[in-house]
Design a protein around this ligand. Structure first.
Ligand SMILES: [Cu+2]
Length: 682
């Protein structure tokens, strides 16, 4: 009896000693509570109650049958709550998993938690899932400034079920930017009633798509009707509105949070836009007429409400889907899409609207019925030339020769799913790996960061970057007929070169079905996706035209490359990135399309393992491997031990003193008790 009580107290003491970790505070500290819960929602309308009198949240039994969606939301909101803090503030986000059966993790897309790599939120790398009924507090520095977002990182589906929201890190120094009065966050996404059906298998099912490429687009969580779609009732499902006031200029922070729709080309009728930032990185301002935003990318513009009052269409065009709209030839195995252009409206508020009123179709009303021309240049990074239209405000020129160089191929490994009895998610796996290995991602048995990639991760492509390498070059070869949306955690990359294949650009849809035997790619540069030849007859369609330094080095931009954390790698094509691998941690590098993630298009970079800080006890972990440390030592970016926070330091010291004394006392009691038992036995 005494023994078990002693053990309980000892383990309580261990918990008290280990539940806190420390980071050096420069800015303010903010606490947030994220309650993750299962909800039934109408997937076409805002779930946040009471924002518009015509579209309050409905109880599940009042939602039309065909619109009912099993969602997972934070604090009942979709998009989830916006975190808005200043750069270098500390955020503590207590994620409480109240789901009935699903574990979860949250990744902070665009944030670089270089001091606390265990807070990156990646399943199997930085942590195990937070199980139902449990919680975990992510505490990290909000850095760098920029327009970012957060989303579930359980390797697919949960983000499409609603577990995502904006994360805005403001900079106190905006003196270099054109003036603006207010900020607006604009979340672009696609909406799926049942992502479990549409987004799990589609990517692998070449010629066997389960769902269309896009069903519905949304702006700030509300359906943005397509030009060929009809709302059952515009009163109940009105167009999303972005409210602006005449005379004011706005910083509009666009976040592309889609799950499967790879990109939207965005135009704002009648309004000039000045591009000022890409993925949180300030760029030299340029006036643009439209921009193309891909999954995971963010883009900031300044837009002034200087037109006649009215409703001005903001159009989102998913260009790839336009070839699949009604009236086009639909290749066998593909689904037609109902629209490829989707609408929300810039709405001038505080106006007398009786002469025009809200729109009843894609056309604007009031001044928006006849918008004037806009000036500037289109900005679309699918076109190689557009990478040079602007440059980062702060330049980081790259050396001619990098310290390390890798070639990573992206492709599909067969055999393909064909029989109804084939095991889901086991066939037709995607990979992203060092060329030749073609290893597809399997979740490490124990989170890789918890073992410094030393145990349980033999089936996970994790690249150990040499500790002394500063500039690392990565050549990405896309050996598939589809584009991929690539995202890197915690580090930015500079895109120094992209393929410029006229024969396979965005207007050449024939490139999608081009066999490897007959195409304009020089023979020596062609490479097949599956070297084992197991893609069951369609392997001829899975190939790429790879990077060839002898021919392509000439078009490198080492002086003014754009710095990003997300971009689209075009089909059959290549890109050359440079990464400054400075932040200790294991950082995922993966395709962000939600149907490619569960199929394994993921890898990770292991950066400076000798400086990776020990993992605090509070971080969810799992698996058979020994954890490399459970101590609370903490290192800053220079590898020195950081100072503990003053007040907490004192509290901790006192707590330690009290608990150490108590443990000694209990140990003595235990010893006495044991002696007592021995005496009795004798
Ligand atoms: Cu992909």
């Amino acid at each position: 009896m005494k023994t078990s009580m002693t053990l309980a107290l000892l383990s309580y003491a261990t918990v008290l000693l280990s539940t806190t970790h420390f980071i050096e505070i420069q800015g303010e500290h903010h606490n947030f509570e994220f309650k993750v819960e299962d909800w039934v929602v109408d997937f076409l309308r805002p779930t946040f109650p009471g924002t518009k009198k015509n579209s309050p949240r409905q109880t599940p039994f009042k939602i039309p049958d065909e619109n009912r969606k099993g969602a997972i939301l934070v604090n009942g909101q979709y998009p989830g709550p916006t975190i808005e803090v200043f750069e270098n503030d500390t955020v503590s986000i207590n994620v409480i998993n109240n789901c009935l059966s699903e574990a979860t993790t949250i990744h902070w897309h665009g944030i670089h938690p270089f001091e606390t790599p265990w807070t990156d939120g990646t399943l199997g790398v930085s942590q195990a899932g937070i199980r139902p009924g449990e919680n975990f507090t992510y505490e990290f520095r909000a850095w760098p400034a920029g327009t970012h977002y957060w989303h579930s990182h359980m390797d697919g589906m949960q983000s499409a079920k609603g577990l995502r929201g904006p994360f805005i890190v403001k900079s106190k120094d905006i003196s270099h930017l054109p003036k603006y009065d207010e900020e607006k966050v604009i979340v672009l996404a696609d909406e799926w009633r049942d992502p479990e059906v549409c987004l799990k298998l589609e990517g692998a099912m070449a010629g066997n798509d389960v769902c269309s490429d896009i069903d519905y687009a949304s702006v700030n969580g509300q359906v943005a009707w397509g030009d060929l779609q009809k709302s059952p009732s515009l009163k109940q499902y009105p167009y999303p509105l972005i409210e602006i006031e005449q005379g004011k200029c706005y910083r509009m922070r666009f976040i592309m949070m889609a799950s499967n729709a790879e990109n939207y080309i965005v135009t704002t009728a009648g309004h000039d836009m000045t591009l000022i930032a890409l993925d949180g990185v300030d760029v030299r301002p340029i006036q643009i007429t439209e921009f193309n935003l891909h999954i995971g990318e963010r883009l900031d513009v300044i837009l002034c409400a200087n037109q006649k009052p009215g409703y001005y269409p903001m159009e989102l065009k998913y260009d790839y889907a336009c070839a699949l709209t009604p009236g086009h030839f639909i290749p066998p195995g593909f689904h037609p899409v109902s629209s490829c252009k989707f609408y929300s409206f810039l709405h001038y508020i505080n106006q007398r609207e009786w002469t025009y009123g809200p729109p009843t179709g894609p056309k604007g009303t009031g001044g928006g019925a006849h918008p004037g021309p806009v000036s500037g240049v289109p900005f679309d990074l699918t076109n190689p030339g557009d990478w040079n239209k602007t440059e980062p405000v702060v330049l980081h020129p790259e050396p001619d020769v990098p310290d390390a160089q890798y070639t990573i191929a992206l492709g599909l490994k067969g055999p393909l799913y064909s029989k109804p009895t084939d095991e889901p998610l086991a066939m037709g796996r995607w990979y992203m790996d060092i060329d030749g290995r073609q290893e597809t991602w399997s979740k490490p048995l124990t989170p890789a960061l918890h073992t410094k990639n030393k145990c349980g991760a033999s089936k996970s492509p994790i690249l150990d970057i040499p500790e002394n390498a500063s500039s690392v070059e990565i050549v990405l070869n896309n050996l598939s007929p589809t584009a991929h949306n690539i995202h890197l955690h915690d580090l930015l990359f500079q895109v120094i070169n992209v393929a410029n294949y006229e024969w396979c650009n965005v207007n050449k849809t024939a490139c999608f079905l081009m066999p490897v035997q007959a195409n304009p790619c020089p023979k020596e540069d062609r490479e097949r996706s599956d070297k084992s030849g197991k893609v069951l007859g369609i392997e001829d369609l899975y190939w790429g035209c790879t990077y060839n330094a002898a021919k392509h080095k000439a078009t490198e931009n080492l002086k003014t490359p754009l710095r990003k954390d997300s971009f689209q790698l075009w089909q059959r094509s290549w890109a050359v990135l440079r990464i400054h691998a400075w932040a200790p941690g294991i950082w995922q590098f993966h395709c962000h399309m939600e149907q490619h993630i569960p199929l394994g298009m993921i890898m990770a970079l292991n950066v400076k393992p000798s400086l990776q800080p020990p993992i605090p006890d509070s971080v969810p972990t799992e698996g058979p491997c020994p954890l490399w440390s459970k101590n609370m030592n903490f290192y800053n970016q220079d590898g020195e031990k950081a100072k503990l926070r003053g007040d907490d330091n004192t509290i901790l010291k006192n707590e330690n003193k009290m608990l150490t004394g108590r443990i000694k006392d209990l140990e003595k009691q235990l010893k006495d008790a044991k002696n007592g038992i021995q005496c009795e036995k004798m």
